[in-house]
Design a binder for this molecule. Sequence first.
Ligand code: FES
Length: 117
Amino acid sequence: MSGISHHLLLCATASKAKCCDPTVGAASWDRLKQLVKQLGLEDPGRAAGIVLRSKADCLRICERGPVLLIWPDGCWYGEVTPERLEPILRQHVIAGEPIEEWLIQRTPMRCNQATAN
Ligand code: FES
């Protein structure tokens, strides 16, 4: 195994349902699970590393959902309908090119490394 390449967090069926229609959110979550499997993104032998997916109960954006956050890139996608998921996975996760027009926010991850003495 080559480690983890990305972690996808989707706010789709939040308990307070502030960012999207829960019906659309549930359909997006089902499509995400289907595509991750279909595209071999959770295959332990994937050279680039596996892709994790998690359903989040609110990512604190609360509008223009379903909201998808992709780590470690810090890219936040809005209005992630089932139809948008395949282009996002193919172009961003696999090819490494975020779809700029669908991004609603960027928060690059900062890692603090301890120095050994
Ligand atoms: S309810 Fe989806 S981001 Fe808050």
